[in-house]
Ligand binder design. Sequence first.
Ligand code: GCW
Length: 680
Amino acid sequence: MKRTIYLVLTFIACAYLAKAEDGHELWLRGKSAASVQIQHSRKSSVLDIAINELKTGWLGKNEANIKFEFSQHASIKGDGFRLEQDKIIARTDLGILYGTYELLRRQYLGKTDDHFSSNPSYSRRILNHWDNLDGSVERGYAGQSIFWKNDQDLTISKADEALYQLYGRANASIGINGTVLNNVNASAKILTAPYLKKVQAIAGILRPYGLKVYLSVNFSSPVTIGKLKTADPLDPLVRKWWANKAKEIYQLIPDFGGFLVKANSEGQPGPQDFGRTHVDGANMMADAVSPFNGIVMWRAFVYQTSEQDRTKQAYTEFLRYDGKLKKNVILQVKNGPLDFQPREPFSALFGAMNQTPVMPEFQITQEYLGQSKQLAFLSTLWEECLNSDTYQKGKGSTVAVVTDGTQDKSTFTAIAGVANIGSDRNWTGHIFAQANWYAFGRLAWNNQLKSEDIADEWIRQTFLGVRENAKDQSFVKPVKKMMLESREAIVNYMMPLGLHHIFAEGHHYGPAPWFANTKIRADWTSVYYHKADLEGLGFNRSQSGSNAVAQYHEPLRSRFDDLNTCPEEYLLWFHHVPWTYRLRNGQDLWTALCYRYDTGVQQVRDFQKTWDKMHGLVDEERFMAVQSKLRIQSRDAQIWKDACLLYFQTFSKREIPFDIERPVHDLDALKTLSKSKSYE
Ligand code: GCW
């Protein structure tokens, strides 16, 4: 009898321990039975959410009393808040909601210093979904779009609604307050009545969570769906069409955020098709939405078929328009001058525009960083960009400071992240990719946060129980270390020392440094970027080369220009460097390159060891999911190392140092592999 009871108890205990955690709840796993009373002087759907969160997630003293207090106190700005003993103080309902999430987060983490104010760094903190209307997601690696299925099905099911609520909640919990629902490579159909109706419905579900919806628009919409003969931004009929369209949208969605536009870039239509400028196009749209307080986010990601170094083109194009854009236009600039590479210097445009608000665009989806197969915590990449000094107004003009309004109080501010969210049960494909969604929101709220702290809070909320400190040393510390190293590991095994864009064509997952093709534009090939030859490696962007260094303010210009002062992480970005050139550690370029690639591979092997040690400290389902992804990453890191070293060796004509593990693949086999999308 005793034995049976024992067996039953063991069974129950095992069933409990093995309770599946599939990642769907993200970092919002805190539940509680403790009771709390909430005093509030007004009612709204936003406050209802705050109240509900407190009632279900309260982890403070049982029977506590919490007061929502509205105050115009100078220490609180916009939707910021102040936490005091038993009080959440804010100017707005949303401020109360954000304060609520902060309070609950702190309770979960066991933080007690609850007297402080917190204000958002950017007034608009926006996700960009590259979701197509047929349900696919451009550069999405986590299933299908959560917003779109196809033309025939524009309904929102109960399950969709529940998903959007959780999406809204997750975003609100980290302060994200806007979302662009469709791809920047936009279909004009989004502006037709049936689609706008669905946008209206989505907006209605997301509104209580403080999320405004925005849309990407196709510049030739007046022709495609409006039956006009032209989309020329100076044509009165075209202007009228956009004005009417804006009116129609705002009638449906009074708090609609505005438009995001990719124009004259990668085949998208734009004002230049009609002999007009980006300013003409942006200002025309700005006029259409300005009566309703809408904004236009105009992307600076443009490059034409020209001989000019591609990394210089956005700056060249837009600098001349500084001060010419309407007040409700903001220029959306990718963090680097090329395209979301594992490492790039910051885009010179951040330091160039004196009278035009500029917003950073980060890529949360890991197009170039292992997609959802590899673990890459991108917070360190974004932190590096935000902390880069542009020297626009002397020392201290970091990207953070020149974009968040600190230097120029009159501008409105924004930041965008290209979402990594899809229909996968765990939202992002890789459990650790959730950390990138989380980190983007946290940095958008406070661009001074440290990646280390962001990782710490994410790990605890995602994997541990309430105030679970016992696993500090065994779990949090090693996992955090792995996350903080992960981006640099990728740089090492993919593109060390400033190499860039040597990816396989199209899918951008694996290596193809050999990729050359005279039939397509040169800047879509790898050889354009690394310029390997018998003398050396790298793109000369110094004064003697493309002179991209001239786009940076002093002292950066000179620092980047001189091979001896150029930071080594950007060496091959700015210089064509002889194979025999000695780096600061005394190694010649070829040797250093070999060690970097090898280090990257070893780092991933270490991640595997680290994670395997976590067995039993985290639920089995997520443990196995991550373990399996790390195996793929390890395999593919080796592929990167072998491909790049064997290929560059055909130029350097040198041995791989003998204390480094030898390649295990043949170059020809890797060339074939790079053409297959899946790598499986
Ligand atoms: O990084 C490139 C991607 C394209 C993308 C483009 C952009 C949406 O490969 O898929 O298109 O950037 O940012 O517009």
